[in-house]
Design a protein around this ligand. Structure first.
Ligand SMILES: [Zn+2]
Length: 279
């Protein structure tokens, strides 16, 4: 990951390198366990990211991958996207979803995962195939290859990872908060597939390259983080108790405000909302 290493002056994305600050980036190690034993899971982890509540601690357990009724209720009652809308701000989830996803949700065959649940419960529509083809959203694999090969969208333009990063930067400028969810890393972790994991990380590094080259640090912050560990340890097919990266990129003053109280994944929503006080 040459672009990431360059951003961190040669440091790697490991706990012993944290906390680290330079002219463009801050790297923190964020706790994803939230005081609850067992392995962090996606529903409670993502719910913590977008509610600002220590959801595993409130419920007494880690749960996932999809929200159970208790987790769903916490997400629906209030979340980052609802808060931003209530404060007159624009927020979006930049992932595009194919027609079959909406059909499965409508029919009840599929449950929302935590992030789309938070977004839709705030009244914000999910991005569609039309948005993807119009260049207003991104595919989960960044390049559209999966949409072309497996979802019947052979006319979807193939993006270079750097082009996807540029698109992330461009689209983010239309919003106060733009969220993009990456799950291929989790999938490769569960598969314990080292070649696949390396491919994904190489792709992400190229996306980061396009994103950073097109990002104006004075305009806003980029946060790269996770709901739990997994990919960093392929000796297990399960999640891990490791801290997750809190990699923040942008203007130094903005970063200092953002990270002043950031120690775990439940701190992310309050850190974001600090920039958007209620009127
Ligand atoms: Zn997982």
């Amino acid at each position: 990951m040459p672009r990431l290493q360059n951003l961190l002056d040669g440091r790697r994305l490991v706990k012993s390198a944290t906390p680290y600050h330079n002219e463009r980036a801050t790297l923190l190690a964020l706790d994803a366990n939230l005081g609850v034993t067992g392995l962090p899971q996606s529903a409670t982890g993502q719910a913590s990211l977008v509610t600002g509540r220590s959801v595993p601690a409130e419920l007494g357990y880690h749960y996932g991958p999809k929200p159970n009724p208790d987790v769903a209720e916490l997400i629906r009652s209030d979340n980052l996207f609802k808060q931003l809308r209530g404060r007159g701000r624009r927020a979006a989830l930049l992932n595009a979803y194919p027609p079959r996803y909406f059909e499965a949700i409508q029919s009840g065959r599929r449950l929302y995962s935590a992030i789309p649940l938070a977004v839709t419960s705030a009244g914000i529509p999910l991005k569609t195939a039309g948005d993807l083809l119009a260049g207003e959203a991104l595919s989960a694999d960044f390049t559209n290859q999966g949409w072309r090969d497996h979802l019947g969208f052979s006319s979807a333009p193939l993006l270079a990872p750097e082009g996807a990063g540029e698109r992330l930067a461009d689209l983010a400028m239309d919003y106060d908060l733009a969220f993009y969810e990456v799950w291929l890393t989790d999938y490769a972790g569960h598969m314990q597939d080292m070649p696949r994991a390396c491919e994904i990380l190489k792709t992400i590094d190229r996306v980061l390259s396009g994103l950073l080259e097109n990002w104006d640090d004075r305009q806003g912050l980029i946060l790269i983080t996770s709901d739990h560990g997994n990919l960093e340890d392929l000796s297990t097919r399960r999640h891990t108790n490791n801290p997750v990266p809190g990699l923040v990129i942008g203007d130094k003053g903005l970063r200092e405000t953002f990270t002043s109280d950031l120690a775990d994944i439940a701190g992310v929503t309050p850190a974001i909302l600090r920039f958007f006080p209620s009127s």
